[in-house]
Design a protein around this ligand. Structure first.
Ligand code: HEC
Ligand code: HEC
Length: 441
């Protein structure tokens, strides 16, 4: 082909491509009920990746059956368990929620248990273990039922508007192994499970750098340090409401173990305490989850993309500025963006992954590794505006007491006391703008 024609053709091609880019609308941003189920762009290009993704998705959505079930790939549930599937607590890969009162059961949350033993710190409850399992396989009663009662708490904004929050109290009934005695409890709703590969990729140095960042008086933050089973050593914790789990693989295996009582190479012992004789007699020998299945579910969760934020409006931009001014950004930081993996994903998680003292109102009084009873990990805020699009009942804060984003802010205390006060001093229009910014994430 003649050189000039070639150049002309090239220009034409570039021009059409450019025209296409500027005139045709970009694909509609995915902000629907499926928002948390989408793979990262381009990740499933080859068939191997696609089949791992599909296999992992099946495992996450699968209703597991008790050992000896029709399909051996998906059996091993129990003896004592909370739910039949992962997705039951993480609906649409999103967050769980708390019951509306003592008449409702816990559908998408669980209660952690422990006892304080002098000289030994906090240990799992000697009879009930470290989590209340409400159900048992046929012939074995569940451990008991956890219920939540609420008391109203009135809050008055600086401009006179009044709001009513609900303060939860936990109680137990139908306890199968006798009274719980002096225990520590921690009710927790399931968090959303997208964007976890990005959180996993954040280096220890980046997390430690967050502790050194200059912050306003009263705000600190420190990492949790937790036991990594595979490495057999203590490392910085990243997952869970108290950053109580070191990595995604251990988180997945511990969910299979603690919530469904399905054993794996990381948790080979059945989830029964020495005092639960029937549970022990039903224990299976082999790991019920294969390493391949663990790989697949890990691949699936790592592949889940963070939904794109809504397009900014004047109100959203104003809300973003107020988010900074009210000091929210000090913990829900955008500084972790400096890590390469996050820059590539073009989203900021709005978390420092550090523990903060959140005051008495939110305290569970149950230490978890280094985290004390008042400390919680700053949860990521990305995608939070879609929580109720994904599941209408979605709850906020560790125990789901907050029914919406504003309630979540109003419970902030301790290191976040001043941030909450700044929010409460805003006028109605500015409060709405700040909330609109959160809704846009
Ligand atoms: C009974 C409800 C329940 C079930 C069933 C459940 N989860 Fe969870 N999930 C939770 C809760 C509660 C947490 C937070 C745990 C904590 O703070 O210690 C969590 C945390 C997680 C996290 C970490 C998220 C983060 O950002 O820290 C992942 C990943 C996860 N679960 C995966 C799974 C998988 C895989 C299954 C199925 C094997 C599963 N979950 C089943 C309630 C549940
Ligand atoms: C001192 C650190 C800190 C500051 C400052 C702070 N937060 Fe938080 N935020 C947290 C922690 C820790 C939690 C989790 C508390 C819990 O679950 O009990 C949280 C929870 C939330 C949640 C609920 C998240 C979820 O997944 O349920 C929202 C929304 C939120 N914060 C918004 C804000 C806003 C808006 C501000 C500013 C007015 C703010 N935060 C200031 C640390 C902070």
């Amino acid at each position: 082909m003649h050189a000039t024609i070639r150049i002309l053709l090239y220009c034409l091609l570039v021009q059409t491509a450019y025209a296409h880019e500027t005139t045709s609308p970009s694909p509609p941003p995915l902000r629907t009920a499926d928002a948390y189920t989408q793979p990262v762009d381009g990740l499933l290009a080859d068939t191997k990746a696609l089949s791992a993704f599909q296999a992992g998705r099946t495992l996450f959505r699968q209703v597991w059956t008790i050992p000896g079930g029709e399909d051996s790939r998906f059996s091993g549930l129990g003896p004592l368990y909370n739910r039949f599937s992962c997705v039951a607590c993480h609906p649409g890969n999103g967050r769980g929620f708390a019951p509306d009162g003592p008449h409702q059961s816990m559908k998408a949350m669980l209660v952690r248990l422990s006892v304080a033993v002098p000289q030994h710190g906090n240990l799992p409850h000697p009879v009930y273990g470290d989590q209340l399992n409400e159900f048992g396989i046929p012939g074995l009663a569940g451990e008991g039922i956890a219920q939540i009662d609420y008391d109203p708490v009135s809050i008055t904004f600086a401009d006179g508007e009044v709001m009513t929050l609900r303060r939860p109290t936990l109680r137990f009934s139908e306890l199968a192994y006798g009274p719980l005695g002096q225990i520590q409890t921690s009710p927790r709703i399931a968090p959303a499970v997208f964007g976890l590969a990005v959180l996993a990729s954040i280096s220890d140095e980046d997390i430690l750098r967050q502790t050194q960042r200059r912050k306003p008086a009263g705000i600190a933050g420190r990492p949790n340090r937790v036991w990594d089973i595979a490495q057999q050593k203590t490392v910085i914790g990243k997952f869970g409401w108290k950053a109580n789990v070191p990595n995604l693989r251990q988180q997945i295996a511990s969910a299979f173990h603690g919530d469904l009582s399905i054993t794996s190479s990381l948790f080979p012992q059945e989830n029964c305490t020495p005092q639960q004789a029937i549970c022990l007699s039903q224990a299976s020998q082999l790991p019920e989850l294969t390493d391949q299945q663990l790989d697949d579910i890990q691949f699936y969760l790592r592949a889940l993309a963070v939904p794109p934020p809504a397009s900014p409006t004047a109100q959203i931009n104003r809300g973003a500025a107020l988010f900074k001014r009210a000091q929210c950004i000090e913990c829900h930081t955008d500084q972790l963006r400096t890590s390469q993996a996050i820059r590539a994903s073009s989203h900021t998680p709005y978390t420092d992954l550090l523990l903060h003292d959140m005051g008495d109102g939110l305290a569970d009084h149950r230490p978890d590794f280094l985290a004390n009873g008042r400390e919680w990990r700053t949860p990521p805020l990305w995608g939070i505006g879609l929580a109720k699009t994904v599941h209408a009942n979605a709850g906020f804060l560790h125990d789901g007491r907050a029914r919406d984003l504003q309630e979540a802010i109003l419970w902030h205390g301790g290191e976040a006391d001043s941030a909450r006060e700044r929010f409460m001093r805003l006028n109605k229009e500015d409060r709405a703008a700040l909330l609109q910014f959160l809704e846009s994430l």
